[in-house]
Write a protein that binds this ligand. Structure first.
Ligand code: XIL
Length: 329
């Protein structure tokens, strides 16, 4: 039980972590996953490339595994994600080369209704639109990703109209689900979150069923921490939206021995906890999710020259960050 029913979640990749029974430490991983969290986000299983690999083929095996595991452990599920510039299947990339907006809309509508509809009533929050703003902040401000995102590109003449409809399709398919915008570098008040704040107002004024704003919470000790996270959450809450920390991890550059020093370990705990505090202090915050709980499965080393990003080591030893979070709850 957490204060005012704040959900505490972890990402889990159903295909890799639940269905691959030969995976190292898989049993222990699943035991911790089932015991420590009351919310799960499929790390990849509901993304286009996994769930919709061919135009007429949906593969729900990984997503089903996450939903079934959650049910068996009395956990709830955050859906992730329906509209993103990354992890789209090759057929989308190929088809997008000559899409009209009408064609892009048809493909997206079918996908949203099918995927959201399949899990209607089983998903409490959906990251409907993920990372739709680019953050080349110096080059003429923050703009919607109308180049990299094939759907936004096809409908670049009026991307906000498309976004409103994506939320409408999702809402029709599952009227109970709380529908989110979600992005990184979106914790504090900055040019990107200003752009989201404006977009949210525009969508709401247009009657779109937008219900939440998610800050992913991918932090690095290479950079400072923006203390305005609570203030940022509050301004979205004042619009009537829920807020959430959706993908927390705190990575860091490691020494030659691959180990962090004591100062970094303490600072990591502090940053994890600061994001949780913002959530605890803003009543509209519904969930705090870590993007995996063990370094052995973290996405960080594959993508950044950094590591030690999660709250437990590869051997599931609990780090100070784990204890800091638990103490605050
Ligand atoms: C990452 C997964 O963790 C990796 O397994 C995958 O290879 C790439 O995507 N922001 C998001 C997540 O919204 O979906 C990303 O997840 C991490 C960044």
């Amino acid at each position: 039980e957490t204060p005012r029913d704040l959900k505490i979640g972890s990402a889990v990749w159903g295909q890799r972590d639940l269905l691959d029974h030969d995976r190292k430490n898989g049993g222990e991983f699943q035991r911790i996953l089932g015991a420590e969290f009351n919310s799960l986000t499929p790390e990849n299983d509901m993304k286009w490339a996994e769930v919709h690999p061919e135009p007429d083929v949906y593969d729900f095996s990984g997503a089903d595994a996450v939903v079934a595991f959650a049910k068996a452990h009395r956990q709830e599920v955050r859906g992730h994600t329906l509209l993103w510039h990354s992890q789209n299947p090759q057929w989308v990339i190929d088809a997008a080369a000559d899409w009209t907006c009408e064609e892009a809309r048809d493909v997206l509508e079918d996908h949203v209704r099918t995927v959201v509809g399949r899990y209607a009533g089983e998903i409490y929050e959906w990251d409907v639109a993920n990372e739709i703003f680019q953050d080349d902040w110096d080059e003429g401000g923050v703009r919607l990703r109308t180049e990299a995102n094939p759907f936004l590109k096809a409908c670049a003449e009026d991307p906000v109209a498309l976004l409103g409809d994506v939320f409408r399709w999702a809402h029709e398919a599952d009227p109970e689900a709380v529908l989110f915008l979600n992005d990184y570098n979106a914790e504090g008040i900055n040019a990107k979150t200003d752009a989201y704040y404006e977009l949210a107002q525009e969508l709401l004024a247009d009657g779109a069923p937008l219900h939440g704003f998610g800050a992913q919470g991918h932090l690095s000790l290479q950079y400072g921490f923006d203390e305005s996270i609570q203030e940022n959450f509050e301004r979205f809450a004042d619009l009537g939206l829920k807020v959430a920390v959706t993908e927390a991890d705190v990575r860091m550059p490691l020494g030659e021995d691959g180990e962090p020093d004591a100062e970094q370990i303490a600072l990591q705990a502090e940053r994890y906890d600061k994001m949780l505090q913002a959530c605890l202090d803003v009543p509209a915050c519904t969930s705090y999710t870590v993007w995996g709980f063990d370094d052995g499965r973290s996405w960080v080393p594959g993508v950044f020259p950094e590591g030690y990003a999660t709250i437990m080591t590869e051997e599931f030893e609990k780090k100070p960050a784990y204890h800091a979070l638990l103490e605050s709850l």
